[in-house]
Structures are given as structure tokens and as C-alpha cells.
Ligand binder design. Structure first.
Ligand SMILES: C[S@@+](CC[C@H](N)C(=O)[O-])C[C@H]1O[C@@H](n2cnc3c(N)ncnc32)[C@H](O)[C@@H]1O
Length: 210
């Protein structure tokens, strides 16, 4: 299902800031190295993330699901000098593409990638976060919410991607759509959270914890 009319998507994208040069080089490397790049969150979500990082003053970010590093680079690029972004990925093929980009200064001082299953990795990461971007392992989305919520500071943000799952959440026709819908319900009924779900690309929810 096209969630938004394609022409409207093209129009709105054309009025959205272009990615920085390093991110465009990363997209090219991903396209050259892989048969598919549709997991990249894309320009509209990417620029939204950058704006949120900047206006929230976030210094410590956790990302669940690096893929080849698009959203990690987008956010780290606008972090302050002493800010850090920890990003978790389990597929080494994607790590090979992101690695040289994450090694470029100043990203080498800001981005820390951990390889492994996020549900197992997160308990071993210390401290709290100003902003968390959840963008992996949709089938387990409901499990991530309590784990991430307790690690997000008061006033901090959780951003969840793919909350519409191509429209399949409307009738929960697949197991993944059912899991994503379950998380959507949990967020809606969480009295500690203020949230907005937007039909941008595949649906994004922004949650602010009191
Ligand atoms: C949608 S992509 C992330 C896209 C990325 N945030 C971007 O904007 O380019 C999801 C990624 O999560 C990874 N992944 C899936 N399940 C995972 C898990 N349990 N732990 C860590 N990474 C996982 C996949 O290999 C995939 O690269």
C-alpha cells in the first residue's frame, strides 16, 4: 500500500534539505555494495532526526539498527563535539560498508558501533540516553519498549520507525504488523509518554517521556 501519494512524497522531499556529502557517499557505497537499500530510513526521517537532535540538545544517543549507517551519520553529524552515538547492528556485511565512514573524523570520536543482537547487547551498555532511535527487529518491537524506556532520561525522546509497516498495521495481517501494532498500543496507553505518530515514509512515532 502506498501510504502517501507518490507525487506528494516527491514534492515534500524536494522541499527537504539534502543530506551532507558524507551521507550521500554512504548511500552510493550502499547501492554499489548491496542489491537492496530500502532499509535506509531516508531523507525525510533523517532530516527530522537531525532537527530533533539539535533542538533537544541531545548529547547521548542510542540507535537500534545501523544497517549501513545512514541515520547514525545523519544524527552524529549534528551532535556536539563531546556527544556520542552508540549504534547496534548484527549483520557484518552491513558493518563492512559503514566502517570506513564511521572511521572518518569527527565521526570516529562520536560513533561507537556494537555488533550483536540488540536485545542482548542493550543490558550491557551503561547509562541513560537523551534520544533513542528504534529501527530494527520489528518482530520484537514490544519487548524493546520497557527496556528502552528505563534508559531514556526524563524529557528524553524515543523515535520509532516503520510504525505503519506499509499499512499492514491497519489489519495486522502479518506477524510483524501484529508486533508493531502491539507497540503502537503500548505507546498510546503509556501515561508517562506524550507521542505523535506521523505518516512520513513508513510511519514514524515520536515519544517524549515526562
Ligand atoms: C531498517 S534497518 C536500519 C536502518 C538504519 N537505521 C538507516 O536509517 O539506514 C534495520 C537493521 O537492523 C538490523 N537488525 C535486525 N534485527 C536486529 C537485532 N536483533 N539486533 C541488532 N540489529 C538488528 C538489520 O540487520 C538491519 O540492518
Amino acid at each position: 500500500m502506498d501510504i502517501i501519494n507518490r507525487k506528494v512524497v516527491e514534492y515534500t522531499e524536494s522541499f527537504t534539505t539534502l543530506e551532507p556529502d558524507i551521507v550521500r557517499r554512504l548511500v552510493k557505497a550502499s547501492e554499489d555494495g548491496l542489491d537492496y537499500t530500502n532499509m535506509i530510513s531516508g531523507r525525510q526521517v533523517g532530516i527530522l532526526l537531525r532537527i530533533l537532535v539539535q533542538i533537544s540538545g541531545a548529547r547521548r544517543i542510542l540507535e537500534v539498527g545501523t544497517f549501513t549507517g545512514y541515520s547514525a551519520l545523519m544524527m552524529a553529524d549534528v551532535l556536539p563535539e563531546d556527544g556520542e552515538l552508540i549504534t547496534i547492528e548484527m549483520n557484518q556485511q552491513y558493518e563492512e560498508i559503514s566502517k570506513p565512514f564511521f572511521a572518518e573524523p569527527p565521526f570516529d570520536e562520536k560513533i561507537f558501533q556494537i555488533m550483536g543482537n540488540a536485545l542482548e547487547v542493550i543490558p550491557h551498555i551503561e547509562g541513560t540516553f537523551d534520544l533513542v532511535f528504534l529501527d530494527a527487529d520489528k518482530i520484537h518491537y514490544p519487548k524493546y519498549y520497557p527496556i528502552l524506556k528505563e534508559r531514556i532520561k526524563s524529557g528524553g525522546l524515543l523515535i520509532v520507525d516503520n510504525v505503519l509497516w506499509g499499512g499492514a498495521v491497519l489489519d495486522q495481517s502479518t506477524e510483524k504488523a501484529e508486533a508493531i501494532h502491539k507497540l503502537n498500543e503500548t505507546i498510546r496507553t503509556d501515561k508517562d509518554a506524550e507521542q505523535v505518530m506521523l505518516p512520513v515514509r513508513d510511519g514514524v512515532t515520536f515519544v517524549r517521556f515526562k
